[in-house]
Design a protein around this ligand. Structure first.
Ligand SMILES: [Fe+2]
Ligand SMILES: [Fe+2]
Length: 319
């Protein structure tokens, strides 16, 4: 399939699995268009026009022609200079890899990571946190992230792909949305009564069992295997990066018993502990692999012939 089609399919899959409804996503894009129309002519020059069709600022084609034919993709959780050089070496010996696809964002997709964080407001609102509260907390968090990512050397790896002439893209929140939706359905089906049963539910999926074999099983950050799970929410899976550590008091009042997340900052763990909310950390790379596997299934269904896994990614295909 063409690179453009692959990109459009990834965005569509992200929208299908988004914690927001389709009309909420459409409203988000409409607002972007309104912002764009109101800009002065000289400000328009700096506007990332991809935002008008794609609600995920961290999912972009970084290098390559939209028209290039993609049959074989090298997929990684992190595809940086080392992996790009490896792809170049493999291609020299005939591997014929057409695209380097990273989960974690690079270039403009990394620089604009804050653009996807607003979706966390809907995610927490669905868990019962008042939307006015989560909006204020996220506004503060988004400002922190903008400042934290601003000094990064965003285009370093793009330069490697450009000079080696390797088409390069990243699919961050689209894959995280897919992982989020999948785990949410898994929990709704298995109905775990204890934190141990939450972990058992995760361990029915190959990404988590493989990770456990490699020494990184899903673990409890707060609570223990026998703790009663109560209402289980999957709030720490998508929306760019970790949310606000201040949200746990509201989560307690919303009746949340257990949170499942990919990873967690120490200050958030402390707040969860203080508010008696159990936390299951599914595992960062295993959870990211789950999302990328679901996306790769869609790519292969649409005609991509082969996936080469590297950069921490392990391929498991689902029917
Ligand atoms: Fe992720
Ligand atoms: Fe990640």
């Amino acid at each position: 399939m063409k690179l453009q089609k692959l990109y459009e399919l990834a965005v569509q899959k992200g929208i299908d699995a988004d914690p927001r409804s389709k009309s909420e996503v459409a409203d988000f894009l409409k607002k972007e268009k309104e912002v764009f129309t109101k800009l002065e002519k000289k400000e328009k020059e700096f506007f990332d026009s991809a935002c008008l069709q794609n609600p995920y600022s961290d999912t972009r084609i970084l290098v390559g022609s939209l028209d290039s034919e993609i049959k074989k993709i090298a997929v990684g959780i992190d595809l940086e200079a080392t992996e790009l050089l490896l792809i170049h070496e493999l291609n020299k010996s005939g591997a014929k890899i057409d695209l380097a696809l990273s989960h974690h964002p690079e270039g403009i997709a990394l620089a604009k990571l804050d653009g996807v964080m607003k979706l966390q407001e809907d995610l927490y609102a669905q868990a019962g946190v008042p939307v006015n509260v989560i909006e204020k907390l996220m506004d503060k968090e988004i400002q922190k992230i903008i400042r934290a990512i601003h000094p990064i050397n965003h285009s370093k790896n793009i330069d490697v792909a450009r000079l080696l002439e390797i088409p390069y893209a990243c699919t961050h929140t689209v894959a995280d949305n897919m992982a989020y939706r999948f785990v949410e359905k898994l929990i709704a089906t298995k109905k775990p009564k204890t934190v141990g049963e939450v972990i058992d539910a995760l361990l029915t999926e190959p990404e988590f069992t493989e990770s456990a074999k490699r020494g990184v099983p899903p673990i409890t950050f707060v609570g223990n295997k026998n703790s009663r799970a109560g209402k289980v929410v999957v709030t720490g899976f998508t929306g760019g990066t970790s949310g606000s550590a201040e949200v746990y008091e509201s989560m307690k009042h919303a009746g949340v018993g257990t949170e499942i997340a990919m990873h967690m900052k120490p200050e958030a763990q402390k707040e969860a502990e203080k508010n008696h909310i159990n936390v299951v950390i599914a595992g960062h790379i295993a959870s990211d692999s789950l999302g990328m596997n679901l996306l790769c299934d869609a790519f292969q269904k649409a005609g991509v012939k082969e996936i080469v896994s590297l950069g921490g990614f392990t391929r498991f295909a689902r029917k």
